[in-house]
Design a protein around this ligand. Sequence first.
Ligand SMILES: Cc1cc2nc3c(=O)[nH]c(=O)nc-3n(C[C@H](O)[C@H](O)[C@H](O)COP(=O)(O)O)c2cc1C
Length: 158
Amino acid sequence: MLDKANKNLRSIFSKFVTGVTAVTFKSSNGLNLGITVNSYTSLSLDPPLILWCLDKNSDLYEEIINLDDYIINFLSEEQRDLANSLAQKNDHILNENQFTSIDKGLVIKDSIGWLSCSKNQIIDSGDHSILIADVNESEISDGYPLVFWGSGYRSLVR
Ligand SMILES: Cc1cc2nc3c(=O)[nH]c(=O)nc-3n(C[C@H](O)[C@H](O)[C@H](O)COP(=O)(O)O)c2cc1C
């Protein structure tokens, strides 16, 4: 059970608006997997670096911290269902029709952009690890982002 301070912390954290990404990769046993992540942040332009945070309690933790390469897909507002499905425990499996394979990973179709990343540094911090990655390749597409705020998915008002 969460104590009051922890509940308050969750509430204030949820007041910060983010986009939603799916980190996708082929697992060591050949499965095509993805995990919904909103801790993604751009870190450096020169050299190009990004970071995101991974829960140490994730069933995918060992798999992901041992990955050399993965793709960060920026989800569109049309991809709420996909975001939900890739946030389910004991699932994370991508259907064949949801992605395209490229040299270094799995690109989700109809996302608004993606980054091909490779491991740079992993920093242990609290109940998460911070994963810093080099950006090797990227692509931008049209569309509006899926937004996460107040514990729920939103679309940009326009
Ligand atoms: C909008 C959203 C953002 C999330 N962001 C993160 C994140 O940044 N890091 C993380 O480790 N888990 C994040 N999660 C949780 C994972 O997507 C997923 O629910 C969790 O990993 C499920 O447990 P498992 O990894 O043990 O299967 C997020 C979930 C949602 C719905």
